[in-house]
Write a protein that binds this ligand. Structure first.
Ligand code: 5AD
Ligand code: SF4
Length: 541
C-alpha cells in the first residue's frame, strides 16, 4: 500500500470525529491504526488538521444532523480559503450515496463502513489531486447485492483491516486496557424502523480463530476488558469448512437465516462443525484467561438460548450484563416493528437470564412514538420497563429514516410533543427503577474497573448530572464500572495517585446510590487481605 502513504512534502495531520455507536468507535480505531501505520499523525484540533474525517451515524435524524452541521462548518472554512481535505465516512454517506458529494462540493471523499480498507487510497487521491474523478473519491457498497460472491470477497479485505489492528500501549491508561473486538458485521433483521441492514449490509461472521487471536493479541498488549461487538451477537454462528480465504485460512461468511436457531438447525450445518455464540464465549474465556472481563453487545431478544446463559453461569470472567433492547412493551407495536418476538417471549428471556445468573443486570432500549403508538401501547411499555427492572435504558423518540420499511409504509403520526412527553415519562420511570436497582447494592462490595478521574471532580463539583451531590466531595474522585456495568465513583485515598488506579480492577464498598451511580470507598489493603466478600457473585458485579 506504499502508494497510499501521504505524499511527501504534503502535510498529513488528521482530525477524526466519531458519532454514534460502539461499532463506529471501533471503526474509527481501525482507521486511526491504518493511517498511523502509513505515516499520518492525529490532532484533536480541527483548525490544525490537513485532513478532516467525520465518522457518521444514520440511526436517528439527530445523529445525522450533526454530520451535516460539521460538513456545513467546514464548507464555510473552505470558502474562506482554508485548504483541507474533508472526508465523510460511515453510515450517512452509505445511505445518501454519491449524491452527497455533488450536493456538498466541499466534501472531498465519501467512504461507507464496508469499504474502510480503501480509505487511505481515497485520502491519498484527494491530497494529490484536487480534480480526482468521482470514482477515485467515493467508496460505498451502494448497490452491491447484499448476497453476492463479490460482496463476500470484499469482506476479506475488511477482515484484514480488523486483523492488522495494532495495539497502541500509549492510549489512555484505562482506555488502553479495554478493547472492542468485532465478531459480526451487518444485520439481517430488518426491523422496520432501522437503517443498519442498509448501511452496514448483511450479517457477516468472522472466523472464530481470527476472533480468539485478536483477543489474545489485545491481552498480550495489556487489555483486561474485551467487549465483543455485533448488532445481534447471539446470532453468531460459524459453520466450519464452508468458507476459505485466498490464504487457505477460514474466511468470514454470511450469517444463516433465523431458521438456524430453531429446532432442527439449518441445512448447511449438516455434516459440519459449528461454532455457536456460546462456544465462542467459552473459547475466549478459557483460551485467554488474562482477559478479566469479557462482555458483549448487543443481544437480540429472540434466539437467545439457554446454552449462552449456561456458559455465562459457568465462566466467572464473563460479565453478568445483558444489553437487550426491548423497543416496546406492546405486541401490536413489536409486530409493526418486525421485531419477531412478543412481550411474553421477552419476559421469558429476562426470567431465564435471572434464573441462570441471579445478579445479572439488564439494560434496555426503547423507542417511543413509533407509528400509530397509542397511550395504551405506551402504558404497556411502561409496564414492561417496571417488570424487567432494567438497571438503565436508552430511550429514543421514533425518527423516521429514509430507506426503511416504516418510512415507506407507515405514517409518522405521533405528534412530536406526544413523543417528547412519552420520552420524558419513560425516562422518569426508568430513573425510579434505576434508583431502586442501584439502592440494592448499598452495603455490598463491588469490583470496579477504574476508567477515569471523575468528570465531576475535575470540574470541581459533586455528581450533579448523575443525580448525586456531595458538597464536601474530595478533590479527586475516580470512576469506573462494575462487571454489571453500574457506574461507580469513589474518592481517591490520601497519598494515592490516580495513575495507580486507572486500568485496575479494585474492590469498592458501596455506601450510597443514586439513579445512575454507586458511591463508595476503596477497600484498604488490610480489608482486601481478608476474605473477599462474595456479594453474591464471583465476577465482580
Ligand atoms: N428511531 C428511533 N430510534 C431508533 N433506534 C434505531 N432506529 C431508530 C429510529 N429510526 C434505536 C433503537 C436501537 C438503538 C441503537 O437506536 O432503540 O436499539
Ligand atoms: Fe437495526 Fe433491528 Fe438489526 Fe438492531 S436488530 S441493527 S434494530 S435491524
Amino acid at each position: 500500500m506504499a502508494e497510499s502513504s501521504p505524499p511527501s512534502g504534503l502535510s498529513r495531520r488528521v482530525f477524526l470525529e466519531t458519532f454514534g455507536c460502539q461499532m463506529n468507535e471501533l471503526d474509527s480505531e481501525l482507521v486511526r491504526g491504518q493511517l498511523a501505520a502509513l505515516g499520518y499523525s492525529f490532532t484533536d484540533d480541527p483548525h490544525a488538521a490537513d485532513v478532516m474525517l467525520y465518522n457518521t451515524c444514520a440511526v436517528r435524524e439527530q445523529a445525522e444532523n450533526k454530520a451535516f452541521s460539521r460538513v456545513g462548518r467546514v464548507g464555510v472554512w473552505k470558502e474562506q480559503g482554508r485548504k483541507v481535505v474533508l472526508g465523510v465516512i460511515g453510515c450517512v454517506p452509505e445511505r445518501e450515496g454519491e449524491a452527497m458529494i455533488r450536493k456538498y462540493p466541499q466534501i472531498d471523499l465519501l467512504c461507507g463502513p464496508g469499504e474502510l480498507d480503501r480509505l487511505p487510497l481515497l485520502i491519498d487521491n484527494a491530497l494529490r489531486t484536487e480534480a480526482a474523478s468521482l470514482a477515485d473519491r467515493v467508496a460505498l457498497q451502494g448497490n452491491t447485492t447484499r448476497r453476492s460472491a463479490a460482496y463476500e470477497a470484499a469482506q476479506d479485505n475488511l477482515e484484514a483491516l480488523d486483523l492488522s489492528r495494532a495495539f497502541d500501549p500509549d492510549r489512555a491508561a484505562a482506555g488502553g486496557r479495554s478493547a472492542y473486538v468485532r465478531i459480526t458485521r451487518g444485520c439481517n433483521k430488518f426491523c422496520s424502523y432501522c437503517v443498519v441492514p442498509n448501511t452496514r449490509g448483511p450479517e457477516i461472521h468472522r472466523p472464530p480463530d481470527a476472533i480468539v487471536d485478536e483477543c489474545k493479541r489485545m491481552a498480550d498488549g495489556g487489555v483486561i476488558e474485551v467487549t465483543l461487538l455485533g448488532q445481534t451477537v447471539n446470532h453468531y454462528r460459524y459453520v466450519h469448512g464452508l468458507s476459505v480465504g485466498a490464504d487457505g485460512r477460514e474466511a468470514p461468511q454470511f450469517g444463516p437465516g433465523g431458521g438456524a436457531f430453531r429446532a432442527g438447525g439449518s441445512e448447511p450445518d449438516v455434516g459440519h462443525r459449528v461454532t455457536t455464540f456460546a462456544d465462542l464465549l467459552n473459547r475466549i474465556h478459557d483460551e485467554v484467561p488474562s482477559i478479566r472481563r469479557l462482555r458483549f453487545v448487543t443481544s437480540y431478544p429472540r434466539d437467545f438460548g439457554d446454552d449462552i446463559l449456561q456458559v455465562m453461569a459457568e465462566c466467572p470472567r464473563i460479565c453478568r450484563y445483558l444489553h437487550l433492547p426491548a423497543q416496546s412493551g406492546s405486541n401490536r407495536i413489536l409486530k409493526l416493528m418486525n421485531r419477531g418476538y412478543t412481550v411474553e417471549d421477552y419476559l421469558d428471556l429476562a426470567r431465564r437470564a435471572r434464573r441462570y445468573l441471579p445478579d445479572v443486570s439488564l439494560a434496555g432500549d426503547f423507542i417511543v412514538g413509533f407509528s400509530s403508538e397509542t397511550e395504551e401501547d405506551f402504558e404497556q411499555t411502561r409496564q414492561l420497563l417496571r417488570q424487567v427492572r432494567f438497571k438503565n435504558s436508552f430511550i429514543f423518540k421514533y425518527s423516521p429514516r429514509p430507506g426503511t420499511a416504516a418510512f415507506d409504509r407507515m405514517p409518522d403520526d405521533v405528534p412530536d410533543e406526544v413523543k417528547r412527553r412519552r420520552n420524558n415519562e419513560l425516562l422518569a420511570l426508568q430513573a425510579e427503577v434505576s434508583a431502586a436497582v442501584h439502592g440494592e447494592y448499598v452495603g455490598r462490595t463491588v469490583e470496579v474497573f477504574v476508567e477515569q478521574v471523575s468528570e465531576k471532580a475535575r470540574k470541581g463539583g459533586g455528581g450533579v448530572e448523575l443525580g448525586w451531590t456531595r458538597p464536601d466531595s474530595a478533590e479527586r474522585q475516580m470512576s469506573g464500572r462494575t462487571g454489571g456495568d453500574l457506574i461507580t465513583v469513589f474518592d481517591l485515598p490520601d497519598g494515592m495517585r490516580p495513575e495507580g488506579l486507572l486500568g485496575q480492577i479494585v474492590p469498592v464498598r458501596v455506601e450510597a446510590a443514586a439513579p445512575l451511580l454507586l458511591v463508595g470507598s476503596l477497600l484498604s489493603p488490610t480489608e482486601r487481605a481478608g476474605p473477599m466478600p462474595l456479594s453474591g457473585d464471583r465476577t465482580g458485579q
